[in-house]
Design a protein around this ligand. Sequence first.
Ligand SMILES: [Zn+2]
Length: 223
Amino acid sequence: MGGLAQTDVHHVRRPDFDGEGPGLGRSHYAPHETPLHGEVYKARSEVGAVVHVHPKHALLCSVTGVEFTPIFGGYSPGLARIAILGVPTYHRAATIIDPDMAAEMIEVMGDRNVVLLRGHGIATTGPTVQAATSVALQFENLCEIMWQVALTGRKPMEIAQVDKDRYDPRKEQVVFPASRDWQGMRRAEGAGDGEEGGMGWRGWVQRVEGTVGLPSEQLDEDG
Ligand SMILES: [Zn+2]
């Protein structure tokens, strides 16, 4: 396999959490960073999907120590929630190819659905692939904004406590009538959170369809 850009549906195998399973051989083998995924599934039974990627703005924020100050609310509640909760950061820059490093990362992550890997990338979790992907897209969007703020050289203004409380998922939420709860409707359709501004799974699929297209679903069983 030659990396994600060359990966198609026929490359997909179903290894277990240790990277072993049927249809594996010289051409098809578990990714080196399988422990990053597998150890999370072993440690957290509520996790249905792990996404691990190396996005540019997350990298830039991680290596310069950009602070994720809560600076907005209504602009994007999904992004605001990540900043309000704070961003756990794992200090190791190496690829996570052994269970010991994965265990350290999981400890840093705690019960959160995102962890920043300094000098490496990010890992996100969710109940579904769509939800975990939405978190990854949201977090990279947040990193891009924080990076642009840092480039201005100006000190960002933290939002008021009352607004932090409004978007803090640990606090009592403002309840919208069902007919106006667009986020809730999209979550119910399995799109994951954070669809505002096309920043989630749905917006991403539409962009892929409109550019490179979705992959072929033809299966190839050889190892
Ligand atoms: Zn990686």
